[in-house]
Design a protein around this ligand. Structure first.
Ligand SMILES: C[S@@+](CC[C@H](N)C(=O)[O-])C[C@H]1O[C@@H](n2cnc3c(N)ncnc32)[C@H](O)[C@@H]1O
Length: 439
């Protein structure tokens, strides 16, 4: 993408990268900003907001567009569809005057040096005007059926796996912008930071605030008093209890949210991940917060431990369907078959991680997924096949009394509509296992 200062052109390059090249939105944003270093902070925020909003509602935008088109656009016009999506997002969900959203979008299409630009300009104009006329109907329908914001494959998949009622409750939360959660390095700082951050303490040591501007500019960031992490993502590492002075092996650790939590509570963390760039971010995060950990760049299958560890956290790579609120692009990067494929890898990772545990040791397996195939099913199969492994149920006491976050088997299971009145939370799953045998 060429250097430009027009936020809409940058959003176009981002939509193209995510939908056509399957680049995660965060990565596409980072690339776009590094190519346009002179972009004003305000425009950066607009690019982020416009592109995230587009993916949050893309199911509904595409379905409305499909109904407006007499016949589907040809494959060579994929780029026109992206522009219509950008225009429709502004018309339906952003505070942009309708005529400005239509005119700027049509203008960009006619300026584009792409095949059929002239022909498609008129078509895009007609469709966007149709979006303006249908605005009330589309938004009214979405209020009743928020699941229409999701792509059809995911709607069908969740209706089957979670049921219609949970699908609706989850879809309501996913259609709104999530709050920002920050986890405090020292929970005692809560009182001093509540006011400057205009936050509420939603869990011990976790403050929740309305997202505004750049995270880096918020009070306490530069001094390393906190890091941004959804409340749900901070829970698995708490399942080790008091870790002060203990060695904890953190497998699949980068970019380090859980490493930071464990290190801040006094653990001697060995953080293993195979991604060098993600480990660089982990190092930066540790340095900013003033914490230390031993960092190992390795595939976990190549990592061996001498006598075995007493505490192991395995945060396995997963479909990330629990984080759709913060990463709505995930629904367009994956398909149902990808979710099923991941389960085999997660099972093998758990086998390997458990082999690194010493008798009497505790292993926490977690994923930011809503899929049973990546969570409950993995643990059930593992416990069946390993008589030396026992589940150690999680208690509500460990979770500030939130018994609704615990499954009947005693595992942690948060859903996006938990704490809905305070803005919801990510979907996470964690099971705690103990290895029997002579210690
Ligand atoms: C869910 S993310 C981890 C998030 C991290 N625990 C945190 O709290 O910030 C999964 C990580 O697994 C890593 N990963 C995937 N396969 C791996 C493997 N075979 N060995 C080591 N790391 C792996 C990825 O690089 C990615 O950083």
């Amino acid at each position: 993408m060429a250097k430009t200062s027009d936020p809409r052109i940058i959003v176009f390059s981002i939509v193209e990268a995510v939908l056509d090249k399957k680049v995660p939105l965060d990565e596409a944003l980072e690339t776009a900003f590094s190519r346009n270093p002179d972009l004003e902070v305000r425009d950066k925020a607009l690019v982020k907001h416009l592109s995230t909003t587009l993916f949050r509602h893309l199911g509904a935008i595409d379905s409305a567009m499909g109904k407006m088109l007499k016949k589907p656009l040809p494959a060579r016009a994929a780029w026109v569809r992206h522009w219509i999506r950008i225009g429709a997002t502004q018309i339906l969900f952003l505070n942009v005057p309708d005529h400005a959203a239509v005119n700027t979008t049509v203008n960009e299409i006619s300026k584009a040096k792409r095949s059929g630009a002239r022909v498609f300009k008129n078509l895009a104009n007609a469709i966007l005007r149709n979006f303006v006329r249908s605005q009330k109907d589309i938004l009214g329908d979405l209020e009743k059926n928020p699941e229409k914001n999701l792509p059809p494959w995911l709607r069908i998949h969740w209706e089957k796996s979670l049921g219609a009622e949970d699908l609706k409750k989850i879809a309501i939360v996913l259609s709104t912008q999530p709050p920002l959660d920050v986890v405090l390095k020292n929970p005692k700082d809560a009182a001093a930071l509540l006011h400057p951050l205009e936050a509420k303490e939603v869990f011990k040591g976790v403050l929740r605030l309305r997202p505004r501007g750049l995270i880096k500019a918020l009070p306490g960031f530069k001094d390393g008093k906190w890091w941004a992490q959804d409340l749900a993502a901070s829970l698995p590492a708490r399942l080790f209890g008091d870790v002060n002075g203990k060695a904890v092996l953190d497998l699949c650790a980068a970019p380090g949210g859980k490493t930071l939590y464990l290190a801040s509570r006094g653990a001697k963390v060995i953080a293993v991940d195979k991604s060098r760039p993600r480990l660089e971010r982990l190092k930066e995060n540790l340095a900013r917060v003033g914490l230390e950990a031993t960092i190992v760049c390795s595939d976990i299958f190549d990592f061996a431990a001498g006598k075995g560890f007493g505490a192991i956290l395995l945060d396995a790579p997963c479909s990330a369907t629990g984080t759709l609120r913060r990463h709505p692009d995930v629904a367009y990067l994956r398909k149902e078959r990808d979710i099923l494929r991941l389960a085999a890898l997660q099972g093998r990772m758990l086998d390997h991680a458990f082999s690194l545990l010493r008798p009497g040791g505790v292993l926490v397996y977690c994923v930011c997924s809503l899929e049973a195939s990546e969570s409950e099913d993995i643990i059930e199969a593992f416990l069946k096949a390993n008589s030396s492994a026992q589940r150690q149920p999680v208690s509500a006491r460990e979770l500030d009394g939130h018994k609704e976050w615990i499954t009947t088997d005693g595992d942690l299971r948060t859903l996006p509509y938990h704490l809905a009145e305070a803005g919801g939370m990510d979907g996470f799953y964690a099971a705690r296992l103990v290895k029997s045998g002579d210690v």
